[in-house]
Design a protein around this ligand. Sequence first.
Ligand SMILES: C[S@@+](CC[C@H](N)C(=O)[O-])C[C@H]1O[C@@H](n2cnc3c(N)ncnc32)[C@H](O)[C@@H]1O
Length: 247
Amino acid sequence: MNEPYYLAYEKRYQAVYSAGAERWGHSPDDEVLYHTLKSWVEENHLQGKSIIEYACGEGACGVILSELGCNYHGVDISPAAIEKSKKLLEKYPNATVEVLDMVKESVKEKFDGALDCMGFHMLVTDNDRELYLKNAYHSLKENAPMLFFRESYRKDGTHHGVVNSVEEWAQITGDDYKTPQLRQVRSSDNGGIVEVLVPFVPARAKDRNGYIEEFKNIGFAVEKFIEMDVSISISYSASIYVRKAVR
Ligand SMILES: C[S@@+](CC[C@H](N)C(=O)[O-])C[C@H]1O[C@@H](n2cnc3c(N)ncnc32)[C@H](O)[C@@H]1O
């Protein structure tokens, strides 16, 4: 069977680590990420509570949430990233991680909160996005909050029609997901820079109404929509605060 397109990150992580880089994604030192999570935990009284992070990558949010006193469970489809996050979270007894496809699999436990940091936008078909949001919704206790941090966002000009496959998405955007491009990442040994060849990975930006409609269709109440400043992680993004509404 063909690999799902959203497994592209596994190859990226492997290429990055083989080149001697420390990490690809967010660092626990990201100040905006830290302050956003701190406020979210405080406002929702999540200290000492259980939080699941979807598409957790290399565990940066796991470190921050553990330091903030939360019980953390991170899931990601990439075994290389989960291996990395396991090492990073070793010293936190209340932090666990596992390999899981958030589109096709769900967790059994119900959590007090959920986080997605640049994960949702990796899903490009309407079907995958809906399946994931339903899984996330069902993994939450009633009234529990979920934060989508730095998701790819455009004020306008996003595609409004249904997308059925990654091939269709590549045609709509004109993006090339095959040809490797040279990117620079921080080296693990000396803080220098190493160069790595990685292809562009599929991602889907939405506008404000596009995101809000998707969340509402699942049953989430949308509480805040914040346009984010340009960062080294992503140029145009939004953070969206939602809650599992009681039906
Ligand atoms: C842009 S990275 C963000 C990683 C991390 N949250 C961070 O901010 O550094 C996107 C992540 O989504 C993960 N991902 C993509 N599709 C997934 C799926 N279906 N299930 C679980 N994780 C997935 C990738 O493996 C990758 O780690």
